[in-house]
Design a protein around this ligand. Structure first.
Ligand SMILES: [Zn+2]
Length: 143
C-alpha cells in the first residue's frame, strides 16, 4: 500500500547546451512543466497533518521556490565556455538574468537536481517528471 500525492508547476526558461550540434545548439527556450510526487506508506498520525502524506501547501510552496530559481532565466552550465558566454552577454545593454548550474541543463540533469533539492528540504519525494515540451519529459526516481 502506498499513498502518492502530486503537484505541478510551470515555468519558462532558456538554456544553452554547450557542445550540442543541431538546432538545439542555439540558445532557446521551453515552457517547462514540472510534476512532483511525494510518497508514503502511512499517513501522518496527529496534529495539523493528520491523515495526510504532506500538506499540499507545503509542496506548492517548495515548487514555487524551484520555479523562482528557473523562471525567465537563461540557464548555463558553469564551466569555462558557460562563463565566457555570460561574460559576452554582460557586454550588451540588456540585463540578462543568468542562472548557473553545475551540469549541462538537460531535462534529465534538471530532474535529478530538482529531486535532490526537494529531498534536502525533507520532502518524501519519490518522483520528479519534467516536461521540456508537451510530448517529451524525463522522469527521475531513485529506485
Ligand atoms: Zn532545449
Amino acid at each position: 500500500m502506498m499513498f502518492k500525492i502530486k503537484s505541478e508547476v510551470q515555468f519558462d526558461m532558456a538554456h544553452y547546451l554547450n557542445g550540442y550540434v543541431g538546432k538545439c545548439s542555439n540558445i532557446h527556450g521551453h515552457r517547462y512543466k514540472l510534476i512532483v510526487k511525494l510518497a508514503s506508506e502511512t499517513l501522518k498520525k496527529d496534529g495539523q497533518l493528520r491523515g495526510m502524506v504532506d500538506d499540499f501547501t507545503n509542496l506548492k510552496d517548495n515548487l514555487e521556490e524551484i520555479k523562482k530559481n528557473f523562471d525567465h532565466k537563461l540557464v548555463i552550465e558553469e564551466n569555462e565556455e558557460g562563463k565566457a558566454l555570460a561574460k559576452k552577454l554582460a557586454e550588451l545593454p540588456n540585463e540578462f538574468s543568468i542562472y548557473f548550474v553545475s551540469y549541462r541543463p538537460t531535462a534529465e540533469e534538471m530532474s535529478r537536481d530538482i529531486f535532490n533539492r526537494l529531498k534536502s528540504k525533507g520532502l518524501s519525494v519519490c518522483e520528479v517528471e519534467l516536461f521540456e515540451t508537451p510530448n517529451n519529459s524525463c522522469i527521475y526516481t531513485e529506485d
